[in-house]
Write a protein that binds this ligand. Structure first.
Ligand code: IPM
Ligand code: MG
Length: 359
């Protein structure tokens, strides 16, 4: 039976990059005899425009029945005036929550050909290979109570950071299991000098670590972690942290490798569906101009092949093709340094190069 894959291109550059990712997925599926049934649906601003809400129940149901979801990006200035609970981002948060996708894996490594694209010195960047394991369905993003109110004539707004021990333990296990397949080191990122929530994380992470005597554990305050990431990023293997810290640190980790345009992600949970999306956003400033970098979306396809289709060899082929294309000197605009003169490719042409490298 064909594995159902739901594409949710979303907004901004989402449709362009998922278009290229789709071509790559179809190509490798063909080569490896994987039977896929690809479908498309709306999310984010595109969905608001079509039906008034950022994720329709019917699309969510189709996602539940799929093996995997490949998402582009959501959001844009057109919908910026909407209240938070009706914005495009709400569609993304809702699909993550409803599908129980609590584990967000964001690998950041340096493609050798791109070491000079980082704003950090090549000797600092060379060899970065880290994985941010971000808790995705709890913490400040979802905590109650939340909202705005008028208190004694003054506007007040409130969000709540809350985690229970089960939520912490399960994401910690994902991080330790991943570390075993890598360099056996976990850094837990926290703010335990101020937050009770982080103190609970410390306790639970330590308890779980007891089951992994072969994996080394370090606790790191989030502010100093942000600093160490630019000073000595190679020290990190797996980082595990809550939703908000993970959001911030994964953008930082992505950028030090050269470009946010290169980083894929996988969101996994207890259910069978996996969701794959580039870490970069919708980049409305370059949307529709064929200037976006499709490589993060294409590398997200590699993660989809590996985690949802059990096709590690096909995933490796996709990664190798991306490495080869970069090695041959092909670049989209985001991969150039300030002042660097070099011809650049558009989104479609970059997709073409990857497909050529695959055949
Ligand atoms: C991300 C994004 C989202 C998040 C936004 C678009 C809601 O920044 O996936 O990192 O904050 O999780
Ligand atoms: Mg983010």
């Amino acid at each position: 039976m064909a594995a159902r894959i739901l594409l949710l291109p979303g907004d901004g550059i989402g449709p362009e990059v998922t278009g290229e990712a789709r071509r790559v997925l179809e190509h490798v599926a063909d080569r490896h005899g994987l039977a896929l049934a690809l479908e498309e649906g709306a999310i984010g601003g595109a969905s608001i425009d079509a039906c008034g809400e950022p994720l329709a129940d019917a699309v969510l149901e189709r996602a539940r029945k799929s093996r995997a979801v490949l998402l582009g990006a959501v959001g844009g200035p057109r919908w910026d005036e909407l209240p938070v609970d009706r914005r495009p981002e709400k569609g993304l948060l809702r699909i993550r929550k409803e599908l129980g996708l609590f584990a967000n894996l964001r690998p950041a490594s340096v493609f050798p050909a791109l070491a000079s694209a980082s704003t950090l010195r090549p000797e600092v960047v060379d060899g970065i290979d880290l994985l941010v394991v971000r808790e995705l369905t709890g913490g400040l993003y979802f905590g109650e109570p939340r909202g705005t109110a008028l208190v004694e004539g003054r506007r007040e707004a409130r969000n709540t950071m809350v985690y229970d021990e089960t939520e912490i333990a399960r994401i910690t296990r994902v991080a330790f299991d991943a570390a075993r397949r890598r360099r056996s080191h976990v850094t837990h990122v926290h703010k335990a000098n101020v937050l009770e929530v982080s103190q609970l994380w410390m306790q639970v992470v330590d308890e779980v670590a007891g089951d992994y005597p072969d994996v080394e554990l370090a606790h790191q305050l989030v502010d100093s972690c942000a600093m160490l990431l630019v000073r000595d990023p190679r020290r990190f293997d797996v980082m595990v942290t809550g939703n908000l810290f993970g959001d911030i640190l994964s953008d930082e980790a992505a950028m030090i490798t050269g470009s946010l345009g290169m980083l894929p992600s996988a969101s996994l949970g207890e259910g069978g569906v996996g969701l794959y999306e580039p870490v970069h956003g919708s980049a409305p400033d370059i949307a529709g101009q064929d200037r976006a970098n499709p490589l993060a979306a294409i590398l997200s396809v590699a993660m989809l092949l590996e985690h949802s289709l059990d096709a590690a060899a096909a995933a490796a082929e996709v990664r190798d093709a991306v490495t080869a294309v970069l090695g041959a000197g092909h670049r989209t605009g985001d991969l150039l340094l300030e002042g660097e003169e070099r011809p650049t490719l558009g989104c479609r042409a970059m997709g073409d190069r990857v497909l050529e490298a695959l055949s």
